[in-house]
Design a protein around this ligand. Sequence first.
Ligand code: FES
Length: 115
Amino acid sequence: MGKARINKRKPKREGKVVTVGKAEAVPPGRGATVKLKDGTEVALFNIGGSFHAVENFCPHKGYPLADSRLYGGIVECDWHGWRFDVRNGHCFTDPGCSIESYDVTIEDGWIKLLV
Ligand code: FES
C-alpha cells in the first residue's frame, strides 16, 4: 500500500461547533470542500439528506476527497481508487489508514460541524 501521507490541513479536535454554510448548497450525492478560518479543511458529503464530514485528504497520496466520487456512503478517491466510508472514516483499501470523521448537524438549514 505504500507509506501514508500526513494531512497538514486536518482540523484539530477542539470540541467546538462551527457553522460552515447552508445545507442547500450541497445537494444529495455530492461533496464539498469546507475551509475553516484557521486554514484547515474538511470534505463534507450529503448522503440523501444526511450530512457527514471527514478530513479532505486521501492518506495514499493526498488527493482531496471532496473532489472524488460518492457511491452511497462510500467515497472513492479519484486518483487511485482508495475507498472510505464517509460516515466513520473507515478505509476499505487499507484499514490501517482510516481517516478522521467529524460530527455534523443541521439546525434551521445551517450546517454545524463539531471539530
Ligand atoms: S491519492 Fe491515491 S488513492 Fe487517493
